[in-house]
Each structure stands twice: as structure tokens, then as C-alpha cells.
Design a protein around this ligand. Structure first.
Ligand code: 2U9
Length: 355
């Protein structure tokens, strides 16, 4: 028996009974509002305090505050019980038989993601680790450190997306990731840098956003033979067949000497078969890291050398899996995705076959 005035004791007993009988959280909240809400029974009593005599107020004030605190505590405790009971019930009903075969997941792995995973599997098998970096870059990491002379066409608006501040750019290649790695990590360095890249020169076969994988090796005594060996192994593993390649001299500001690598191919019907044939198709660019780039990253070109390469992932996915139009890659058409998509539960790895 509490020392509450009788009428408050009655309220307390009744509301506590209602609280413990509440069957769910919603019902419990109705009880709380009816007693403690703005127009709640107890709240109205507390509003009556103003009209009471000082003696009455001395009794009713603390009594009402005590009652309010008791009822709030009872509501919180009941709420926790109800929530735990609901969770136990859900856990009990949701049995998951882990021995059952996984149902067909709805949704597929986008071909670009599949190819990124295949490339990561191939290069990590060659001792490369995956490095990533920001899509928004500054002039130094995207151009200057890569030996792009001032005024180089790649620097201006028709090729590059500039942010409002006129300084920052959407990276036009993932090379800034390698620059950041060379500045923050001492050689030996063996990385690939996959990611989104942006160029404002879109047309039939170029989209404003596309995907690249670039690679970099920095160590002592690195030469062009290492570059050719790694890329020849890569291309045969990627196309899962023996691929004839040729290296054709080219020019990039960030590599010297530079080359583009072509693969042999032949048409069979609408499809393209990579590997053998009379025709050549350029699939990537590469070269020995330019001494100015090494110096820009604080490395002595007489002590360290390196090679680098870069390829367009979207394009290589089209070549390997025969998609006719690059723009479909970005159209989010579920029919296209279910046709060209991959099983998300099958991880690309060399042992069980990439694709
Ligand atoms: C550092 C030094 C050198 C990366 C390279 C290419 C050649 C290349 C193109 C392929 C298709 C871009 O997506 S694409 O249009 N890239 O041909 N990229 S060498 O060279 C580097 C990178 C980083 C520090």
C-alpha cells in the first residue's frame, strides 16, 4: 500500500494493471498517452495543482510526480519486454535451413563489375594489390605529377569535368591513385588501380563516365621485358585462350617509351574472336614510367624504374562478352542486365575459371 492519496492509488493500480496487460507496443502507447499524454489523466491532475491550497499542493505535487515517474518506468519496462518477445517470436518463426541450396538470387552482377573482379583475380595472382582513391582530384595528382605540360589539351574543358571552384576535377584516369601511392609508399610497388573515370568528350563510343584499370610496378632494375611479360600473361588469362599480341610505339606524357598493345582477332559472324586471326585490335596502353613522374613523386630515376599500363574496362567487357553497344552498359535495362549479367554468388577466380 503506497502512501498516495486514495484516488491517486486507484489510478496507479488501474494504469499499472493496464500496462502489464498491454498485448503489443501500439496498445501500450495508447495507455501511456491516456495517462501521461498532453490530455492524459495524470497530466490533467497535475494541471489542477495550480488551483490547490499550499498544503494540498505540498502533498499532491510530490505524489503526482512520483506517480508519473512510476507509470513511465512501468511503460518502458513493458515496452522492452514486448519488443524482446516480438524478436524471439520472429527468430523462432524465421528458421533458415542452411543446408538448403541457395535460391536463384534476384539480380545479377553487372558485366563491368564481373570484369573488374576477373582483372583483380588475374593481377593479384601476379602479386599485385588493389589500390583505390578519390574520384574528385586536384590538378597536381591528375595532370602535373603525370608530366602533362601546361596547356596540354587534356587539361581543358572539352576533355575534363571541372568542379565549380575551377580547381578540382573529376579524375580523367585512375593514375592519381598511383601518384598518391608513390608519394605515400616506398618501393617496391605493385598495384592495380580500378575505378570510375570521367571525360567530357563523350560520343557514340565514349560515355562521360567509364571504368579503367591501370597498373604500376616500381622497383630497382625494372625494364620493358617485365612490362611485356605481365601484359602477355594478363591478356591470355583474361580472354581464357592463347592470344597473339603486338606492341606498337605510342606517346603518353607519363611514360617513356610508350606503346599500345594490340591483340589478334577474327570475326565469326557478328561476334569477334580474340586471339588469332589476320586483324589487330588495340586493347590497352602502357610504357616505362617517365623520369619526370618518378621525380614528381620524390623518387630518383637512377635508383628506381617502373612500368605502367591502362585499359578501358567497359570496352574489354564488350570484347570478351560480345555486347554490341557501350551505352547499354549504363542504361540500367533489367532485360539487358539479366541477359548479360553474371551470377553474383560465383566469385571470379583463376582456379575454377574466371567467367
Ligand atoms: C603513373 C605513371 C604512368 C598509365 C597508363 C595508359 C598508358 C593508357 C588508356 C587505356 C584506355 C586510358 O581508358 S583509356 O582510354 N590508358 O593507355 N595508361 S600508361 O600510366 C601511368 C599511370 C600512373 C604514376
Amino acid at each position: 500500500m503506497s502512501d498516495l492519496p486514495a484516488d491517486l492509488e486507484a489510478v496507479r493500480t488501474r494504469v499499472l494493471a493496464e500496462i502489464s496487460a498491454a498485448s503489443d507496443v501500439a496498445a501500450l502507447d495508447d495507455i501511456r498517452v491516456a495517462a501521461l499524454g498532453k490530455k492524459g489523466e495524470v497530466s490533467l491532475m497535475m494541471r489542477g495543482l495550480g488551483k490547490m491550497s499550499p498544503d494540498e499542493k505540498k502533498i499532491m505535487g510530490p505524489a503526482l510526480n512520483g506517480l508519473k515517474a512510476d507509470l513511465n518506468a512501468a511503460v518502458d519496462a513493458r515496452k522492452t519486454d514486448l519488443e524482446n518477445a516480438a524478436l524471439d517470436a520472429a527468430l523462432a518463426s524465421e528458421t533458415m535451413d542452411m543446408t538448403l541450396p541457395v535460391g536463384k538470387p534476384n539480380g545479377t552482377l553487372h558485366p563491368v563489375s564481373q570484369v573488374m573482379e576477373e582483372m583483380a583475380a588475374i593481377f593479384s595472382d601476379m602479386g599485385f594489390s588493389v589500390a583505390e582513391g578519390p574520384d574528385i582530384e586536384d590538378d597536381f595528382h591528375n595532370f602535373t605529377a603525370l608530366n602533362f605540360p601546361p596547356g596540354h589539351p587534356a587539361r581543358d574543358m572539352h576533355d575534363t569535368f571541372f568542379l565549380e571552384d575551377g580547381e578540382k576535377v573529376l579524375r580523367t584516369h585512375t593514375s592519381p591513385v598511383q601518384i598518391r601511392t608513390m608519394i605515400n609508399q616506398k618501393p617496391p610497388i605493385r598495384i592495380i588501380a580500378p575505378g570510375r573515370t570521367y571525360r567530357s568528350d563523350s560520343d557514340q563510343t565514349h560515355t562521360p563516365m567509364f571504368h579503367q584499370v591501370e597498373g604500376l610496378v616500381i622497383d630497382k632494375g625494372i625494364h620493358m621485358g617485365h612490362l611485356k611479360g605481365v601484359l602477355m600473361d594478363f591478356v591470355s588469362a583474361f580472354f581464357e585462350t592463347d592470344v597473339d599480341v603486338q606492341f606498337r610505339p605510342h606517346h603518353f606524357p607519363f611514360t617513356e617509351p610508350s606503346a599500345e598493345m594490340d591483340v589478334r582477332y577474327e570475326r565469326d559472324g557478328a561476334a569477334i574472336k580474340i586471339g588469332q586471326g589476320e586483324k589487330w585490335m588495340e586493347i590497352l596502353g602502357c610504357g616505362m614510367v617517365h623520369p619526370n613522374v618518378l621525380r614528381a613523386c620524390g623518387l630518383d630515376p637512377d635508383e628506381y624504374q617502373g612500368f605502367a599500363f591502362g585499359m578501358g574496362v567497359d570496352r574489354l567487357a564488350m570484347l570478351k562478352y560480345g555486347m554490341p553497344d557501350l551505352r547499354d552498359m549504363f542504361a540500367s535495362d533489367t532485360r539487358w542486365l539479366s541477359h548479360y549479367g553474371f551470377d553474383p554468388l560465383v566469385q571470379a577466380n583463376l582456379a575454377t575459371g574466371l567467367s
